[in-house]
Design a protein around this ligand. Structure first.
Ligand code: FES
Length: 155
C-alpha cells in the first residue's frame, strides 16, 4: 500500500464525515474498499484522525475477521468453520483444500493466486459443508467440488 494514497483517503473521508470516534468502522470500510486492506502502518494515522488510541484501532482491526491487514490473493476461498459445517466434515474438507490449493488456512499462496480463509456460518447450515469462492456460495463441498474450485482459482 502506498501510505500517501491511504493518508489522502483518510483526509478525504474526514472532510465528508468529520472526526467523531464512532467513525472508525466506516473509515476502515472506506479504506478497505478503496485499497483492499488496511496496512498496520496506517493504524497510527487512523487513530490520530479520530482521536483514538492505536490500541483501539488495532483492537477493532484484529477483532473483525473481514478487515484485511494484508492484500488478498486474486481469488479468495472461504471455508465455513462454524458448528454445522464442522459436524458435516468441515475439518477434513479444510485439510484437503489446504493441500489441493497449496496454501494454509488464513494465508495467501506465495504466488498471490489464492487466499484460503475461514468464515463463520453462511446461513446454509443444512447443506454444508459450505464455502464462498470469490463471494459465490458453494454448498455440499466434497472432494469433487474442491477439484472444481482448484481449477477455477487456477485461472
Ligand atoms: S455452519 Fe456453515 S453455513 Fe452455517
Amino acid at each position: 500500500m502506498k501510505l500517501d494514497e491511504a493518508k489522502a483517503l483518510v483526509e478525504e473521508w474526514l472532510r465528508s464525515n468529520g472526526r467523531a470516534r464512532n467513525g472508525l468502522l466506516p473509515l476502515l470500510h472506506h479504506l478497505q474498499d478503496a485499497i483492499g486492506y488496511i496496512d498496520d502502518a496506517m493504524v497510527a494515522e487512523i487513530a490520530s484522525a479520530l482521536n483514538l488510541s492505536r490500541a483501539d484501532v488495532h483492537g477493532v482491526l484484529t477483532f473483525y475477521h473481514d478487515y484485511r491487514r494484508k492484500p488478498a490473493g486474486r481469488h479468495v476461498v472461504k471455508l465455513c468453520r462454524a458448528e454445522s459445517c464442522q459436524a458435516r466434515g468441515g475439518a477434513a474438507i479444510e485439510a484437503a483444500a489446504a493441500e489441493l490449493l497449496g496454501v494454509a488456512m488464513g494465508e495467501t499462496r506465495h504466488d498471490g493466486q489464492v487466499s484460503l480463509e475461514a468464515v463463520y456460518c453462511l446461513g446454509l447450515c443444512a447443506i454444508g459443508p459450505n464455502a464462498l469462492v470469490d463471494g459465490r456460495p458453494i454448498a455440499r463441498i466434497d472432494t469433487a467440488a474442491l477439484d472444481r474450485i482448484a481449477a477455477d482459482v487456477a485461472a
